[in-house]
Design a protein around this ligand. Sequence first.
Ligand code: FRU
Length: 451
Amino acid sequence: MNDKLFDAYPLFHITGRPGWINDPNGLVYFRGQYHVFYQYYPAATHWGPMHWGHVVSDDLKQWEQMPIALAPGGKGDRDGCFSGSAIVWQDRIWLLYTGFTENGGGDAIRQVQCLASSADGVRFEKHGVVIDENDLPADYSPSDFRDPKVWRSGDSFFCVVAARRVGGRGRVLLYRSEDLRTWHFVGDLFGVDSRGSMIECPDYRSDLGLLMLCEQFQPQEGHTHLNIHTNRYYLGILDETSGSFRPTSEGICDYGFDFYAPQTFADTPVMIGWMNMWDRNVPSADYGFAGMLTLPRRLEVRDGRLRQTPCLPETRIVRTENGMGTLTDCAVTGVIEVRARDLRHLTLRLRVKGEQSTILSYRAGEWVFDRSHAGVAITGVEQDADSRAGIRRMPGEGDYVSLTVVMDRYSVEVFANGRALTSTVYPDADADGIVFEADAAECTYTRAELV
Ligand code: FRU
């Protein structure tokens, strides 16, 4: 690999190295290591025949690149190994993923669920198709049937799979199995069409009573769900006998421009998402790679709301300031923490150089993120004025603010009182100015560098 290319990669976010990546897949802990797979097309910086790329980590901080785990070409997955999940059973990693065959496109497309496994966590053996159109209830489309998420409950395995009724919109189906090879349809979680035209990448975990899913072509709801491909979570109870899901509340997983297809680890409530978005340009394609994954985020549910805490890379604090007013600083990457009481106003300008800057501000119960002057423009299919202006908004509480901002070369992840707002930015490599201003009863600014 040439040094110039290596130098252009994000410092601590997972990427596929040369090529294109999208969804995180198969998040699982096996023999002392965290395994993360991802949708990968190694041959170009655009989406293509999907492979599963693979990285491992001891600590969720440093990732080691592994050989490609799955490549298209087998029975049921001739044209792509689409998204899926993993589980450890009988001392092996089992991957349940969607096999894709194009067959000329349209209604002839087939999406089936396939099984693969590995004894050493490195080399994977395919076991073929385990759920296909014969396992779909009548009137569901075999062309839109994908992204199984598997878990174990008692002596059974369950999986949720995204689906669509013919002529209708997105659905989520529940299946049950005793051996991962033979699956039985249990039920349709909501029993009604979703708001999006198709659901993708459902993820369910019973320990939190949390169902996350993505919806394509989802109409905006106020200042949320502005991305035309959005993410939503429901809290509630999934009845594994009937397959019905009763939501008690719902929300958006991440308020930013670049967050999709989140998945949690099989045994651990830690989530990773794809830190890009469909239907927009990806400026890093100029450096030979496109697509990154978010930092892992620990999830909890408190007061009826999903809260996220980032698993930070190794850092050391280099600056702490108490007080308000204006402060200047400089860094391209690292972590900024702000703790404030009775916050009236805050502005944090990052990656400042001349006219370039990425701005996060807080006023009157709302965070506003502005990447309109952040560097190389990111444009695409948008449905609203905020998106065209490079703006994202997130609710906040000023009485006590716990803010963590994580900067890598091409991303800013904002965590404020458990809510998250994630976006990519492509400023000049030397755009390193920071300007911080706050008006609050008490306020502390801390910056940490990567070690
Ligand atoms: C979501 C998605 C999945 C599919 C995969 C294909 O981003 O469209 O539904 O399995 O990407 O790469």
